[in-house]
Design a protein around this ligand. Structure first.
Ligand SMILES: *Cc1c(COP(=O)(O)O)cnc(C)c1O
Length: 367
């Protein structure tokens, strides 16, 4: 009798489904024969401008030193972030993408018997990281595709140790005003960590911005998570960070990998943070692209969810069929049936000409 070691893993590990990423350009090129240069990818909320030239130069220079281990304490990057936000370096946790920051939070605070609360239609990593710890998911029905904060508060029970809030939310793009989030955090029991995931915060219009990092001084159970992978364009290098009470950050730093952020990513991040003009140009392109896409949706009679991120989610009916047609035309977007939204596609905002390619392909797919 043979025993497969894979069957001996904990049942909660075996129950996991892998994260479904956007299809890589190279894969579609292999499948269809369409040259990579003619493929438009609007599937993973990536930065259509790439990264700031200053960040790229810093990354290239850092390669010189890449045979050495990174600074595991990320001194230069933490100093830059501490200056930017007026926090102490002891409040910072650096991650291999903010995905890593979310994972580290679950490692530090969840175990079998505990649970995490999050909304329906929220980021796929929340259930993944929760289940991987043997903890339980408490999923709260959404309201208008966004977070229902009162229902989330009511869902917090004795076992809850984390509540995840993405603002703006992915995959729906919905947004809650800062004062509502702040009032929510004030009502969450102090033995529950609020993970406020602000992966898209740089895309908010000026009037919607709010200072969540300043709240950390008042709420020792708040972790604000941010990333340089979206607006700053470091998705392939991977760099995210968390800001929390020093004791929370200390705990998280004990369980993270000692060298989780590479030398190249750290150097690029320091330079990227200094180039705010780049980020503003990215946000401005995003506003125009959002208007371009939503005008086309209106003309095509399609419903969409008003979005505060660098993507927009649109109802196309049989999304699997429309997606196939888009792929055949060399356009990659993200079907979100895995989020129980089988009629919808999530489309990242690209350069004006990429958006136009998508619109033309969508028109063709719907014809
Ligand atoms: C993209 C995303 C992240 C993480 O991205 P990283 O590339 O790991 O920084 C986190 N949360 C949400 C809601 C996202 O959409």
């Amino acid at each position: 009798m043979s025993v497969c070691i894979a069957n001996c893993a904990p049942a909660y590990v075996r129950s996991l489904s892998p994260y479904q990423p956007g299809k890589p350009v190279s894969e579609l090129a292999r499948e269809t024969g369409i040259p990579e240069s003619e493929i438009v990818k609007l599937a993973s909320n990536e930065n259509p401008f790439g990264m700031s030239p200053k960040a790229k130069a810093a990354a290239v220079a850092a390669l010189e030193d890449a045979a050495r281990y990174p600074d595991g304490n990320a001194f230069a990057l933490k100093a830059a972030l501490a200056r930017k936000y007026g926090v102490d370096m002891s409040q910072l946790v650096i991650g291999n993408g903010s995905n890593d920051v979310l994972e580290i939070a679950t490692q530090a605070f969840l175990s079998p018997g505990a649970s995490a609360v999050f909304a329906q239609y929220s980021f796929a990593v929340y259930p993944l990281a929760t289940i991987a710890r043997g903890a339980r998911c408490i999923q709260v029905p959404a309201r208008n595709y966004g977070h229902d904060l009162d229902a989330m508060l009511s869902a917090i029970d004795q076992t809850a140790r984390i509540v995840f809030i993405a603002n703006p939310n992915n995959p729906t793009g919905t947004f809650l005003p800062g004062n509502e989030i702040e009032a929510f955090i004030a009502r969450v029991p102090q033995d529950v960590l609020v993970v406020l995931d602000e992966a898209y915060t740089e895309f908010l219009p000026v009037e919607a911005r709010y200072g969540s990092i300043a709240w950390v001084a008042r709420f020792p159970n708040l972790l604000v998570s941010r990333t340089l992978c979206k607006a700053y364009g470091l998705a392939g290098l991977r760099l995210g960070y968390g800001v929390a009470h020093p004791e929370v950050a200390d705990l998280m730093n004990r369980v993270r990998q000692p060298f989780n952020a590479s030398t190249v990513a750290q150097a690029a991040a320091v330079a990227a943070l200094e180039d705010q003009d780049f980020v503003e140009a990215v946000a401005e392109n995003n506003r125009r692209g959002m208007a371009q896409l939503t005008a086309a949706f209106a003309e095509l009679g399609l419903e969409w969810i008003p979005s505060f991120g660098n993507f927009v989610t649109v109802r196309v009916g049989d999304a699997a069929r429309v997606d196939q047609s888009l792929l055949a035309q060399g356009v990659i977007v993200r079907p979100i049936a895995s989020y129980s939204m089988p009629e919808w596609l999530r489309v990242s905002i690209g350069l004006p000409e990429e958006n136009a390619r998508f619109i033309a392909a969508l028109r063709q797919a719907l014809a």
